[in-house]
Design a protein around this ligand. Structure first.
Ligand code: AMP
Length: 280
């Protein structure tokens, strides 16, 4: 497996792959790879003959008081994992490579970018859309793989690809969880032992809402109330949002039609975690 650091190298690699008759898959990550990322790389390798996993802690998707500086960086281990799961190359650019000095171009998906995570993290989804657009354009990927775990991100990126008529198809992969239900996240390493237990409240809320919806309850109010009660029982957790929305528009819905997105974000100590489910 090769490690590429410039856009020119990535583009050359992609074009050579295409000439050799292989589909090009892209898996954008911020590194600190875990089994959730591994599942995306594996899915990419199963459907594309050439796979680039990108590792880039994107400064524009962090707010001024967020964890950019202390975000976990585990580059060597990441490369081993990426190779083991079938990545052909790792793309690990510098910040200057993706944001050349003086860069002022951003991708703003209006409306969607200010809902869910975008509401409490101003600029976050704009940063995500911008970097993913750069990666899609640089890699000329046929398919790019994302986790359902970042469901608001997926909605924004789908809209962006449609609006900009990008040639990359978005593939969404299921949430990978710890055996006890906690969704894997690079930020889980921040949790103390006590917080690790409290963090299970998110997946508990997700499971309960799934079960209630499966039993026939479709009223948004009732589903959200169930989730709120679960959080209310754990005062150490500060809820950021608990929402039931249309996955395409991220607008709240009154009734959970199949495909509705139930999403939660909460602070466990100083760590912000998210979880979600798509109701059947
Ligand atoms: P990140 O490195 O956190 O930016 O995540 C990179 C990609 O991995 C995103 O598409 C995430 O949605 C996805 N991802 C993160 N955690 C998980 C998980 N537990 N299961 C599946 N995909 C995940």
């Amino acid at each position: 497996m090769e490690i590429l650091s410039t856009v020119a190298e990535l583009r050359r690699w992609s074009r050579a792959s295409r000439r050799a008759g292989r589909l090009v898959g892209l898996v954008p990550t911020m590194g600190a790879l875990h089994l959730g990322h591994a599942s995306l790389i594996r899915a990419a390798a199963a459907s594309c003959g050439s796979v680039a996993a990108s590792i880039f802690v994107n400064p524009t998707q962090f707010g001024p008081n967020e964890d950019f500086a202390r975000y976990p960086r585990t580059f060597e281990g990441d490369c081993k994992l990426a190779e083991a799961e079938g990545a052909t190359v790792v793309f690990a650019p510098s910040a200057k490579e993706l944001y050349p000095p003086g860069a002022t171009t951003f991708v703003e998906v209006e409306g969607l970018s200010s809902r869910l995570d975008g509401a409490s993290r101003p600029g976050h989804l704009r940063g995500v859309a911008t970097v993913v657009a750069k990666l899609m354009i640089a890699s000329e990927a046929d398919r790019a793989f994302f986790g359902q775990k970042d469901a608001a991100q997926v909605a924004v990126l789908r809209r962006m690809v449609a609006d900009l008529r990008l040639a990359t198809e978005i593939v969404v992969c299921p949430i990978v969880r710890e055996p006890d239900g906690l969704a894997l996240s690079s930020r889980n390493v921040y949790l103390s032992a006590e917080e690790r237990i409290q963090a299970l409240t998110l997946s508990r809320a997700v499971r309960q809402v799934e079960a209630l919806a499966a039993s026939g309850e479709r009223r948004s109010g009732a589903l959200l109330e169930t989730a709120r009660q679960i959080f209310a029982a754990v005062p150490a957790i500060r809820v950021d949002y608990v929402e039931l929305v249309d996955w395409a528009t991220l607008e709240p819905v009154e009734t959970a039609a199949p495909g509705a997105l139930f999403a939660v974000a909460a602070w466990v100590g100083a760590t912000r975690l998210i979880d979600d489910t798509i109701l059947g």
